[in-house]
Design a protein around this ligand. Structure first.
Ligand code: PLP
Length: 197
């Protein structure tokens, strides 16, 4: 059989053997519910607290309390986008995103539009890059969120996140950067960002 070359690692890839080994006990020995008060539960809770600390360090979060674990990317996008939008209602009701976003991000914003929010969708170039100038022009005084993926799940483009969010017009707007592949290869150096991984 000819060797198979797998070219879709950006959407899913084998688990790093080191991560696999680190997780092994939690699939078989330390399987307690971290909310339970018995010994196996407390052990799982300690492990979860350690993982939360490590994730906080990875994305440069101010505190482990900023880290929320979800069942997947869709749930994370919903939580980040609706969470920021609702929490910022008093400041504004406008969101900015791009044409290259995952459906879970677009659908979250479409839902918010039925709840009184408005949005502007900016284009990407043929490589999937967002022009920071387009973001600058899309931002209004009512903008509360710039939502985009950090690394594209299909073509692998890594957005110039700091440039997009750090533009003078973007200053003060929280940004949500997704997706699953981003945390693996990129480190956040600036805040505030809502990373969903
Ligand atoms: C940017 C982005 N958001 C959300 C998702 C959906 O993730 P899930 O299938 O875990 O819900 C993906 C999956 O590829 C993604 O790339």
């Amino acid at each position: 059989m000819p060797p198979r070359i797998y070219l879709d690692h950006i959407t899913t890839t084998p688990v790093d053997p080191r991560a696999f080994e680190a997780m092994r006990p939690y699939f078989s020995e330390v399987f307690g519910n971290p909310s339970s008060l018995h010994q196996p539960g407390l052990q799982a809770r300690d492990a979860l607290a350690q993982a939360r600390q490590q994730c906080a360090k990875l994305v440069n979060a101010a505190s482990p309390d900023e880290i929320y674990f979800t069942g997947g990317g869709t749930e994370a996008n919903n939580l980040a986008i609706k969470g920021v939008a609702y929490a910022s209602q008093r400041t504004g009701n406008h969101l900015v995103y791009s044409t290259a976003e995952h459906p879970s991000l677009r659908e979250s914003i479409a839902f918010l539009e039925t709840q009184g929010f408005a949005s502007t969708c900016v284009p990407v170039d043929r490589h999937g890059f967002i022009d920071p100038e387009a973001i600058r022009q899309a931002i209004t005084e009512k903008t509360v969120l710039i939502a985009t993926h950090h690394a594209n799940h299909e073509i692998g483009t890594i957005q110039r996140i700091a440039e997009i969010g750090g533009s003078p017009a973007g200053k003060g707007s929280p940004s949500s950067a997704t997706p699953p592949p981003a945390a693996a290869g990129c480190r956040s150096t600036s805040r505030p960002w809502a990373f969903t991984c």
